[in-house]
Design a protein around this ligand. Structure first.
Ligand code: GTP
Ligand code: MG
Ligand code: ZN
Length: 329
């Protein structure tokens, strides 16, 4: 993905629909599976299966789009509205879109299976980089044998100021609902996490009929598997229990679990600012263009040496700088 800017700004699809092109209808992309997308029409009609016009698929879940219907239940996406943000991961060669137009990132971890701190660190960097609010969820606190260990591993992140919400979504659903709803209502939140952490269980708790909707979409997109294989946006219910299809009360976006979170597209200058514990130290480096890797008089390295900055966090920074230098453009 080379971040080609959208052709034209739009304030919501309604404005775009009445814009230059004239033809076409506004909608919200609610599911993505390869080059297949499901679009919820702005006017609240039934979901349409849409394909993007042209070869490259650059459409993301959460995009406001203009589509032209080709049949009762199919259409072609002809335009993507301006994005507030676009979260994606990338390796040396290609990118994979997570979702667009987000407010928050909910990083779903669990006492078991063992969560990867590398993925956690990367998700936090991605959140900082996109000015999204990160929330960490520690699920399955009913698995008491693994609880202390998980808490200990999360302590440094709490110390950095990241909120950690402890829940047991399956065993104490009502408590979990209360804890989570407060943070999620009114926001567009992407759930990120490894397979098996409980992202879909969380969606099923908070979204009425999510299971039914998921099954319908699995059928529509030809995937009948239990584990999540496509990204899907679910509008959150309004306080009175009704659901606005356009996500006015907020939305949850469930994504497939993943193992690698490449951030090759980030630049060094942006990376140093994505580590909140680095920020107050940056002006103290001897060289204004310090890379914080080997330079004499580096305030970050000094903080690592005397324990003010965790060695593991600096190692992640160094790894991400390395990855950023490897990108094949
Ligand atoms: N013990 C325990 N198990 C839970 C809890 N919440 C979810 N699980 C179980 O964890 C397993 C994985 O949950 P999912 O919601 O499918 O996980 P996911 O993150 O969506 O996984 P992928 O779709 O593969 O990315 C299921 O068997 C759930 O029943 C919990 O609070 N406690
Ligand atoms: Mg899932
Ligand atoms: Zn430095």
């Amino acid at each position: 993905m080379n971040g080609r800017p959208p052709k034209r700004a739009s304030r919501g699809a309604q404005a775009a629909a009445s814009g230059l092109r004239g033809a076409g209808t506004g909608g919200l992309v609610v599911a993505a599976h390869g080059r297949h997308y499901l679009v919820a029409p702005e006017d609240g009609g039934a979901l349409l299966q849409c394909f993007p016009r042209g070869k490259r698929s650059e459409v993301a879940v959460g995009d406001r789009v203009i589509y032209e219907p080709t049949s009762a239940d199919q259409g072609v996406i002809v335009e993507i509205g301006e994005r507030r943000n676009l979260l994606y991961r990338s390796d040396q060669y290609k990118s994979k879109l997570f979702a667009a137009n987000l407010d928050q990132l909910l990083i779903v971890l669990a006492t078991e299976p063992h969560f990867s701190e590398d993925l956690l660190g990367r998700a936090l960097v991605a959140a900082e980089e996109n000015a999204l609010k990160p929330l960490i969820v520690l699920n399955k606190i009913d698995v008491t044998a693994a609880l202390d260990g998980a808490r200990k591993r999360l302590e440094p992140y709490r110390a950095l100021g990241y909120p950690v919400l402890e829940v047991s979504i399956r065993v104490q659903p009502e408590a979990a609902r209360a804890t989570l709803s407060e943070h999620l209502h009114g926001h567009a939140t992407l759930l990120l996490g490894q397979s098996g952490m409980g992202k879909s269980t969380l969606v099923n708790l908070l979204i009425p009929d999510a299971e039914v909707a998921t099954r319908e979409i699995s059928t529509a997109l030809n995937s009948g598997r239990h584990t999540t294989t496509f990204t899907r946006l679910y509008p959150l219910p309004q306080p009175d229990g009704t659901v606005a299809g356009n996500g006015a009360a907020g939305a949850l976006i469930d994504s497939p679990g993943f193992q690698e979170f490449g951030l090759h597209h980030l630049t060094e200058g942006r990376l140093e600012r994505a580590f909140p514990e680095f920020r107050p130290l940056l002006p103290n480096c001897r060289f204004y263009n310090c890379h914080h890797l080997h330079e004499p008089g580096c305030a970050i390295l000094e903080a690592v040496a005397d324990g003010r900055v965790r060695r593991e966090r600096h190692a992640l920074y160094a790894q991400l700088v390395h990855e950023a230098s490897q990108i094949v453009r």
